[in-house]
Design a protein around this ligand. Structure first.
Ligand SMILES: Nc1ncnc2c1ncn2[C@@H]1O[C@H](COP(=O)(O)OP(=O)(O)O)[C@@H](O)[C@H]1O
Ligand SMILES: [Mg+2]
Length: 294
């Protein structure tokens, strides 16, 4: 079956293709006989290991979907083809469009208050995900949507995992160990420890603190629009992530820059948790007299 040309999934009719990645196809759909719109995600491959990822994504969306910081789960077909996951359609604009598109950057979107409020909204959503017991593993601009009134939604649980709770230095951390991982996240956003294993292809330790690192990269991109590491090739990027200190962003408030640096600590144990980071960000906003209304 060629999922690209399918126009019907159960009682859902395809209106428009939204995205195609190496793992999934995403469509805007309508429920037959009604005008109800939704978003449907279907896996690109029917291999057992890829279906395992997809089924996990459906489960996590089901669990988190009751909270207002994530897409609402509508239904899923995971036992027999066609496989699909249906969620509510989140109205709004992706962080990628807000902060990387040159056109948008030249408008009010590069104003500090807008940037820091969006970042705070994203911090709340990721903190909630960690509180729910999950590691996202693919935190990046493209996986946050800012709704028209400002609330930020975190989505795409394609490689998310339920973490094991561990107390380290009195702080709650989620960890997940995997042997022979097939996907690790998006290279530009991946934490140094996800690259540095001597047995690169054999073993990896994901954690909520690796999400914090990716959140640091997301923050850096929001305020600067440029990559903090040299990304001409994957080997160059991997080396730069493990050894370079990103340049400070000239126009950015020093305390906010410092906060981003704490998220980008090379040693995982030196990074704040998402709760600590969100609280710090809140204090900075208080100092600037910026209110976050959701
Ligand atoms: N619930 C949703 N509401 C609105 N748009 C969505 C929703 N889910 C996904 N999208 C859109 O589809 C794109 C791809 O979805 P995503 O879940 O990130 O899949 P991928 O695994 O391909 O990255 C997103 O960048 C976003 O533009
Ligand atoms: Mg995505």
């Amino acid at each position: 079956m060629d999922a690209l040309n399918v126009t019907q999934f159960g009682k859902w009719t395809v209106d428009e293709k939204l995205a195609l990645s190496r793992m999934a196809l995403v469509y805007k759909v309508r429920k037959n006989g009604s005008s109800r719109k939704a978003v449907l995600k279907t896996p690109c491959s029917l291999l057992e290991k890829d279906l395992a990822f997809f089924r996990r994504e459906c489960e996590i969306t089901g669990e988190l979907g009751i909270s207002r910081y994530f897409p609402r789960f509508i239904e899923a077909s995971t036992v027999a083809p066609p496989y699909y996951l249906v969620m509510n359609n989140i109205p709004g604009v992706s962080f990628r469009t807000h902060f990387l598109s040159c056109q948008e950057r030249s408008l009010l979107k590069n104003e500090f208050a807008f940037q820091i409020k969006a970042l705070y909204g994203a911090a709340i959503a990721l903190e909630k995900m960690h509180e729910g017991g999950f590691i996202h593993n693919d935190i990046k601009l493209g996986n946050f949507i800012r709704k028209p009134r400002g609330r930020v939604i975190l989505f795409d649980f394609g490689i998310a995992r339920r973490g094991k709770l561990s107390i380290q230095g009195g702080r709650e951390i989620l960890i997940y160990e995997e042997h022979s991982p097939t996907v690790r996240g998006t290279p530009l956003y991946m934490a140094p420890e996800l690259y540095s294993s001597k047995e690169y292809n054999k073993h990896v330790m994901y954690s909520s603190l690796a999400d914090v690192w990716s959140f640091g990269i997301t923050s850096y991109l929001i305020f600067s629009g440029i990559s903090p590491f040299r990304d001409d090739s994957i080997s160059c990027l991997s080396h730069s992530i493990r050894s370079d200190t990103p340049k400070s962003i000239p126009s950015l408030d020093k305390k906010v820059m410092h906060l981003i640096y704490t998220a980008l600590e090379k040693q995982r144990k030196n990074r704040p948790t998402m709760r600590e980071l969100r609280q710090e960000l809140g204090s900075r906003m208080d100092e600037f007299g910026i209110n976050y209304m959701q």
